[in-house]
Design a protein around this ligand. Structure first.
Ligand SMILES: Cc1cc2nc3c(=O)[nH]c(=O)nc-3n(C[C@H](O)[C@H](O)[C@H](O)COP(=O)(O)OP(=O)(O)OC[C@H]3O[C@@H](n4cnc5c(N)ncnc54)[C@H](O)[C@@H]3O)c2cc1C
Length: 346
């Protein structure tokens, strides 16, 4: 049984894993780093998630109701209202509660002190070997206070080789951001018109999202001669991020649960991660196509449809076709004109 364990990275996944291990009677030291504190208090300032969030939080012995800001049953995608199951939550509070009473240690993990080091350093992947085919998508996000705006739904708009989002945090605060495969995400956001409605920008954060998929983020476990033990990756460090949506919170927690459940077998851990997140491989292929400027075919849209389903948005085949038509058409028109006339919703 491994007894001396360090978790490097005190973000969402590292803190969650800490709590899971503790509930299994295992002690770990946790190492953080100061870079995580940005203007919005935490970086990346990601506070949106899918329905599985609740079940993951419960598995760590906490009450999800304490953290959820808002639940959404509707997402407006390109002017079309669709059913969905999304939520926003208080991420800094959840992270604090997950590592309550624990001192987060500074500096790098010292050599030869631990039998196992968990790499939960997200994008940085500080202790695992470099990924050759890494696909990192730049994102930007602002917290905006806006009175009298519609806070009942999440709004998503495709464009400029990426997409823009508007996630209500309360009746008058929103996370408004964008990510793009090739273009500047600020330009994608500008093109969406989401910032035009005014309001006060409270803070902002930026960063990249690993859209690589776990398949291309291997190995998940390696031996490090300097640390003198094994390194196991978890969360975004091993590509547990939905490549299209850029959603890494719930997948990070799911990967931590797989790690805790397969604690003694690197082989089983690897195969369970690859199985659990096999759908991410297809999503990555779609992104590669977009980045290469290739046209998306029906097969790709079926993958996007699966993405929608996973996020609680069951898009019918005819709706998928409509969206495909709409998206192709909009490329040749002014996005602002198109969204103002709500072209896609017709
Ligand atoms: C702008 C933006 C918005 C996003 N929005 C969403 C969203 O709404 N929903 C969603 O699900 N996902 C979102 N994501 C993605 C999501 O934030 C990440 O996938 C998720 O945070 C990954 O969690 P993690 O704990 O694995 O990594 P991280 O959250 O990145 O945590 C890693 C931690 O390790 C620390 N660290 C780094 N290097 C070291 C080191 N050498 N030693 C010790 N510590 C180290 C970092 O400071 C950080 O605290 C967004 C990403 C961005 C950039």
């Amino acid at each position: 049984m491994v007894s001396r364990v360090a978790i490097a990275g005190a973000g969402m996944t590292g803190s969650y894993l800490y709590r899971l291990l503790e509930s299994q009677g295992m002690k770990a030291d946790i190492y953080g780093d100061a870079v995580s504190h940005a203007a919005c208090g935490i970086n990346p300032c990601a506070w949106g998630s899918t329905s599985s969030f609740r079940q993951h939080v419960r598995a760590a012995g906490l009450d999800p109701g304490q953290y959820v800001f808002k639940d959404f049953r509707v997402v407006n995608f390109e002017g079309v209202d669709m059913r969905a199951h999304l939520l926003t939550f208080d991420k800094p509070r959840l992270i604090n509660d997950l590592r309550k009473g624990v001192e987060v240690l500074g500096g790098p993990v010292p050599p030869r002190r631990y039998e196992r080091v968990i790499d939960a350093t997200g994008l940085r992947r500080a202790y695992l070997p470099r990924i050759k085919a890494d696909l990192l998508v730049p994102c930007v996000q602002y917290r905006v206070r806006r009175e009298r705006a519609d806070s009942s739904k999440v709004v998503i708009q495709y464009g400029n080789l990426g997409y823009s989002w508007m996630f209500p945090l309360s009746d008058n605060e929103f996370h408004i951001g964008a990510g793009s495969v090739l273009a500047d995400p600020k330009e994608t956001l500008r093109e969406s018109g989401f910032m035009n409605a005014g309001g006060k920008i409270l803070c902002g954060c930026s960063g990249k999202v690993r859209s690589t998929s776990p398949l291309d983020s291997q190995p998940f476990v390696s031996t490090d001669s300097i640390l003198g033990g094994q390194v196991w990756g978890v969360g975004e460090s091993i590509g547990a991020v939905a490549p299209i949506a850029g959603e890494g919170i719930a997948p990070g927690m799911a990967s931590a649960r797989l790690l805790a459940a397969n604690w003694d077998s690197p082989g089983k851990y690897t195969s369970r991660i690859l199985k659990e997140f096999s759908w991410m491989i297809d999503e990555r292929k779609v992104i590669d196509k977009v980045a290469a400027g290739q046209r998306l075919g029906l097969q790709d849209w079926l993958i996007l449809r699966r993405t929608g389903r996973r996020m609680g948005a069951p898009v019918s085949l005819s709706e998928t076709r409509e969206l495909l038509k709409c998206l192709t058409k909009k490329k040749s028109t002014s996005r602002r004109d198109a969204s103002m006339s709500n072209e896609c919703a017709k």
